[in-house]
Design a protein around this ligand. Structure first.
Ligand code: SF4
Length: 326
């Protein structure tokens, strides 16, 4: 491993200054992905700025807004009574991710910052535009079973790996950020990026900007929800396809729906058109199938992942059926 310096600022401004003024500095919290990236030689920061001393761990319902500090642990968020009661979709998605040991270390902010698990990204002997812009993409002509079917570019077809973020985009979360130019709020759907011509950029943060919290509005999606994760083994595996489904039902009529998918795009993939197709309809398998087919109408699979289109349709139907019958 390369040499690096390590500092532990005691206040937020000092942490932001340390990263914004040093091109080679990175924030570190739980380190569950960052250290893997360093050990495999994908990145080599010269300075790590440990933010674990910052007071960003609170989980609190303020009126109709749930405030989750960026350093709240994934396991603490998943087990929090207010989260389980008012945002069960988020709790389910968190518990589908990684392992208990990792959830005990991983933070909410770090979960959002984790990088793709594309095997070519981690193999420094292979070309990868995300790791080294302009070098090519090993996955496009290689093994691309795990890769994107939506929103990819001719530079990168990687997928975003988080489960938590799929629930957060479905629930209209907002990301609170603090940086050298002040504070700003970013709608969750705008936080992560599609690859386009800059696949090296995963999100819309500027240099030195620190995620301080995620906020969620309370919503009618407190009962009829389901997070479905389809993967190659029962635990500790990334999604081939995942679905966050939430329904607001009146008797058996869908007043409104929220749907998002993981494992299919470079960012958490919200299914707005499928949501619109469900609004006002009765909660039947036939209507769920119509919405699922709407969801995949613009899918563009690659050589080894054409199966993901049918898998997505079936997963959306199953997730909606389970949400409707909770
Ligand atoms: Fe790299 Fe993206 Fe291609 Fe994977 S899909 S090799 S991350 S450029």
């Amino acid at each position: 491993m390369n040499q690096f310096t390590y500092i532990r600022p005691s206040n937020q401004q000092a942490a932001i200054d340390a990263v914004s003024k040093d091109a080679q500095a990175r924030f570190i919290a739980g380190g569950t992905n960052l250290l893997d990236l360093m050990k495999s030689g994908v990145i080599a920061p010269e300075k790590l700025v440990d933010i674990n001393r910052l007071p960003l761990k609170e989980i609190q319902l303020n009126g109709n807004i749930l405030h989750i500090g960026a350093l709240a642990l994934n396991s603490d968020v998943a087990a929090h009574q207010q989260v389980k009661k008012n945002f069960p979709l988020l709790s389910q998605a968190l518990l589908a991710g990684a392992s208990q040991q990792l959830r005990n270390m991983a933070t909410v902010g770090g979960n959002m910052m984790q990088r793709t698990r594309c095997g070519y990204f981690y193999d420094t002997a292979m070309p990868c535009n995300k790791r080294q812009p302009g070098s090519g993409c090993g996955a496009i002509g290689g093994i691309n079973r795990m890769h994107a079917i939506f929103g990819a570019s001719d530079q990168c077809i990687a997928v975003h790996p988080s489960d938590m973020c799929i629930a957060l985009v479905a629930l209209d979360a907002t990301v609170l950020v603090s940086g050298p130019k002040g504070n700003r709020h970013i709608p969750f759907a705008d936080f992560h990026r599609l690859p386009g011509n800059t696949p090296d950029k995963d999100n819309n943060l500027s240099k030195g900007e620190l995620i301080t919290a995620v906020e969620l509005p309370t919503s009618p999606y407190q009962h009829h929800v389901h997070y479905l994760k389809v993967r190659d083994r029962a635990s500790y595996a990334f999604a081939l396809v995942s679905v966050a489904a939430a329904l607001d039902l009146s008797n058996n009529t869908i007043r409104s729906a929220r749907l998002a998918m993981g494992g299919v795009a470079h960012k958490p993939w919200r299914l707005y058109e499928a949501e619109n197709a469900l609004a006002g309809k009765t909660a039947t398998e036939e209507n769920f199938r119509i919405a699922a087919n709407v969801a995949v109408q613009n899918a563009k699979p690659h050589k080894h992942n054409t199966f993901k289109v049918d898998l997505a349709v079936n997963s959306i139907i199953i997730a909606l059926k389970k949400a409707a019958t909770v």
